[in-house]
Every structure is written in C-alpha cells, then in structure tokens.
Design a protein around this ligand. Structure first.
Ligand code: MG
Length: 249
C-alpha cells in the first residue's frame, strides 16, 4: 500500500517555509487590493504581478489546465472561481485562494474578504470559518490523527448551524500542491497519525445554508446549491515536535 502521508526533510521544510511566506505575502496584498468596482479579472491580473514580485509563480495556473492565477470565488461561489467580467459590488464577500511555487516548493492559503458592511449572518459565517481553521490547527500536533483536526473543524460548524462542504477537503502540501493525506472538514476515517515534518493545508469551507455544491458550466467554479454565501480560510501548517507552525501567517 502506498504511504498515505509524507514526512518532509529539513531542506524541504526550509523551502516550503519560504514558499509559505511568499504565499502569505501575496494573499495579504491581494486582499488589500479587492474593492467594489473592479472585476475579478483585474484581481487575477494583480495577483500575477504580486506573485511574480515574490520570485515565485502561481501554483494553480495551468494545474489541471486551471486558467487563472489564483482562485477568486464571490458570495455563493465556494472555491475554484476564475477571474472574469464579474464586478465586485460593495457587500460582496470574496474568497481568494493563493498558491505560490517558489523554487519548486509550495505554499497554499486562502481567506474570505469583505468589501463593505455585511449582515450578522455573513459576519458570523466568516468569523466561524476562520475560528474553525484555528481550532483545526490547534489539533495539528504530533501523535494526533488527521481526524482530530477534522472533528475540531466540524464542531465549530455544528455549534453555529453552518453547512460544511463535503466534496472538497484539505490536503498535504509542500513539494506538490496536493499530497497525501486528505484533510476533511468533517468526521471521517482516522487517517494517518501526525508526525513532525508533515505539512498540511487545512482549509474549512463553510456554507450559510446547505453543504451541497454544484459546479458551474465553466467546469471549475464551485457554488452552493442554494446560492447562499460561502466562506473559505486556509493555512499551510507544519507538524513539529511542539506547537504547530503556521507557514502562511
Ligand atoms: Mg489548498
């Protein structure tokens, strides 16, 4: 049976750490750029410039032929949105997922950005999705299992009556964009035990309504089935001998 996890070497971890820094820098810059009146295509073009300024390249562009530089998912869109003609309107929430390849190593992170005041339900959705990310990270310690992360994330959703996307999950990361193991955001198989040197992209995707999603005709954009809002927060996290190290902070 092939190994269902990867322990990275010291040298690899050094490279992944630098890629994580680049990915975090790019995410923050792009988040600040997002405002009403611009199109998602303009966000994607800006992302290309910012990612290039780190010395890296987009880890998503042309991955399985994905056409964008980053994923830009607005409101009811969950993940994998492609920059295009859609114009940002005040009050939209915009999820950006930013992966950077720096010298062959990958950092992957995401956040959902507000573009103006939103109602309490949406405010709560964003807050609890980010809370769930950190609740999951807290459990990302040696000797735990992947499922411990999943349960911690799902519990935040349950307490807040939020839908947890089931069709898409977190993943190992580092030398490839997607490495084993999968990191679901809901209780599932135990998965491998966490060991120092493992790197996980932990990424809760929470919906205001149903957990169910559909894929748009472009073949990429995933949206909620009921058109209710969706949020997404992600960090690339290193398992250590002690506390988890967030590489994309
Ligand atoms: Mg990811």
């Amino acid at each position: 049976m092939p190994k269902n996890f990867i322990v990275h070497t010291k040298d690899e971890i050094e490279g992944i750490r630098k890629a994580g820094e680049a990915a975090a820098y790019a995410r923050k810059q792009i988040a600040m750029f997002i405002r009403p009146g611009i199109t998602t295509k303009q966000i994607d073009e800006y992302a290309e410039v910012i990612i290039a300024s780190t010395g890296g390249t987009s880890a998503f562009h042309l991955y399985r032929d994905f056409p964008g530089q980053i994923c830009i998912s607005v409101n009811e869109e969950v993940i994998h949105g492609i920059g295009g003609a859609r114009e940002i309107v005040a009050g939209d929430i915009v999820s950006i997922d930013v992966g950077v390849n720096l010298n062959g190593f990958i950092g992957d992170n995401a956040e959902t950005v507000k573009t103006g005041p939103v109602n309490d339900k949406i405010e709560g959705l964003l807050l609890q999705t980010e809370n769930a990310l950190y609740a999951g990270i807290k459990r990302a310690v040696r000797g735990n299992y992947v499922r411990d992360i999943s349960i911690a994330i799902e519990n935040v959703a349950k307490r807040n009556k939020i839908g947890v996307v089931r069709g898409y999950v977190g993943h190992g990361c580092g030398c490839e964009l997607h490495e084993p193991p999968e990191v679901p955001n809901f209780k599932s198989a135990k998965g491998p035990m966490l060991r120092p040197g493992m790197v996980l992209a932990i990424e809760p995707m929470f919906n205001r309504g149903t957990y169910k999603t559909v894929t748009e005709a472009d073949g990429w954009t995933v949206r909620t089935k009921d058109f209710k809002m969706s949020a997404h927060f992600e960090h690339t996290v290193l398992i250590t001998d002690g506390e988890p190290e967030i590489l994309t902070i």
